[in-house]
Design a protein around this ligand. Structure first.
Ligand SMILES: O=C(O)CCC(=O)C(=O)O
Length: 349
C-alpha cells in the first residue's frame, strides 16, 4: 500500500498514513501549526466510563407484566439519559458482521476512489464526508470519514446501486427500521399517544444510514473523532465496535460509553425531543480518537419525509411547529454562518 509521510510530527510518533486515509494533516495543517505554536492545549476533560441503561427487548414478547416493565424502562431511559442500550434487538449477528465487513472493505479503498462516491458507488453526491470543511480551530475538526447515505439511494424499487455493499446496507436497514418503528411507537404510547404518525411519516426511504470510520489519530488525544452534537432525527440506532470512544453528557458531565458487543445503542434525536415537548432528551454526544486503532460504527437515523410537520404532542408547546425541511435548512445555515448547529433553541415558542 502507498504510504505518505505527513507534515506535522510529534516526538515518538512518526506520522504515517496510508492511501485510504483522507489527507487530514495536509488539509488542516494550518490548524495543527496554530496548536503547535501555542504549546500544549487544555486536554479534553478525562471522563468516567459508565454503563448505559441496558434494556432486554426480549421482554416485549413475554407476558403483560414483563412487556409493561420493558416499555417503562425504555421511556425512563429516554427521559433521564436520552441514550440506552438494547439486547435481543432482533438484528442478527450475521447481518451486523456482514455490514461491518462491507464497511471495512469500502473504507479500505483509496481515498481518491471514495471521494468519487457518485461514480464509484452510485450514492448521491455528498454522501462521502471527511473532516470538517468549516473548522477554524482544532476543536472544530472531526478526525473521521463517513458515508452518509439516504436510504432512497439503495432501497429496492428505486435502487441506483448494485453492489454487495448496497444490498447489505439494504438488508441491515430493513431490519433496523423495524426496530426503530417499534421503539418510536412505544415512546409515543408511553406519552399517552397511540399514534400512526411514525408509520405514516418515517418510511425506510426517508431515513439515512451513516457508516463511520475513525482512523487512528497520531496528532493528539485532543482531536475529536466526531465533534459534540445532537442528532437531527427522531431516534438513532448505533452499532459500534469494541474500540470505544463514544461519550455523552449525563447530568452536565461527559461520560464514556463502555462498548457492549451484544448491544445496540439507541439515542433520542432533536425531533423526538420537540414532539415529546421536552419529555425525551436529545443529548450531546461526541467521539474521541484513538492513537493506534481504527474504530468503526454504523448509525441508522430514523427520519420523517421533509414535508412532515413536527408538532408537540402536549400543550402548551415548548416549540413552535416546524417541518423537517425547515429544521434541516436552519441547521445547515447555522453551520455555514456560525460554524456550529444551534438546533432546537431556534424553534422555541
Ligand atoms: O460513532 C459513534 O459512536 C457515534 C456516531 C454519531 O454520533 C453519528 O454518526 O452521528
Amino acid at each position: 500500500m502507498v504510504q505518505v509521510v505527513n507534515l506535522v510530527e510529534t516526538p515518538g510518533h512518526p506520522l504515517i498514513m496510508d492511501s485510504s486515509d483522507p489527507p487530514f494533516q495536509e488539509t488542516y495543517k494550518v490548524l495543527f501549526k496554530k496548536v503547535a505554536n501555542k504549546g500544549p492545549t487544555a486536554p479534553i476533560v478525562v471522563v468516567k466510563e459508565r454503563d448505559l441503561p441496558v434494556i432486554d427487548l426480549g421482554r416485549l414478547s413475554l407476558g403483560e407484566e414483563e412487556r409493561r416493565g420493558c416499555k417503562l424502562e425504555i421511556a425512563r431511559a429516554s427521559r433521564e439519559w436520552g441514550f440506552f442500550q438494547v439486547l435481543n434487538h432482533g438484528i442478527s449477528r450475521e447481518i451486523l458482521e456482514k455490514m461491518r465487513e462491507e464497511q471495512v472493505k469500502v473504507f479500505r479503498e483509496p481515498f481518491e476512489k471514495k471521494s468519487r462516491e457518485d461514480k464509484y458507488l452510485d450514492f448521491s453526491v455528498g454522501s462521502y464526508r471527511w473532516g470538517t470543511p468549516s473548522a477554524t480551530c482544532l476543536r472544530q475538526l472531526s478526525w473521521s470519514e463517513a458515508f452518509h447515505v439516504p436510504l432512497s439511494d439503495i432501497i429496492s424499487g428505486t435502487r441506483r446501486c448494485n453492489s454487495t455493499l448496497s444490498s447489505t446496507m439494504e438488508q441491515f436497514a430493513g431490519t433496523v427500521s423495524n426496530l426503530a418503528q417499534k421503539l418510536a411507537e412505544i415512546l409515543a404510547e408511553e406519552l399517552g399517544h397511540k399514534s400512526t404518525f411514525f408509520m405514516e411519516n418515517c418510511l425506510p426511504s426517508t431515513c439515512y444510514l451513516r457508516m463511520n470510520r475513525y482512523p487512528p489519530c497520531p496528532i493528539s488525544p485532543n482531536v475529536f473523532g466526531l465533534m459534540p452534537h445532537t442528532d437531527s432525527d427522531f431516534l438513532t440506532i448505533l452499532h459500534q465496535d469494541e474500540v470505544g470512544g463514544l461519550q455523552l453528557v449525563k447530568d452536565g458531565e461527559w461520560i464514556a460509553v463502555k462498548p457492549n458487543p451484544d448491544a445496540l445503542i439507541i439515542n433520542i434525536g432533536d425531533l423526538f425531543q420537540a414532539w415529546s415537548n421536552d419529555v425525551y432528551k436529545s443529548v450531546q454526544h461526541r467521539v474521541v480518537t484513538n492513537l493506534k486503532r481504527d474504530r468503526y460504527s454504523t448509525a441508522y437515523f430514523f427520519c420523517p419525509s421533509y414535508d412532515t410537520m413536527i408538532e408537540s404532542c402536549n400543550r402548551p408547546p415548548v416549540y413552535r411547529s416546524f417541518s423537517f425541511r425547515e429544521f434541516r435548512r436552519q441547521v445547515q445555515e447555522d453551520v455555514q454562518t456560525l460554524g456550529h448547529k444551534v438546533g432546537l433553541p431556534r424553534f422555541l415558542v
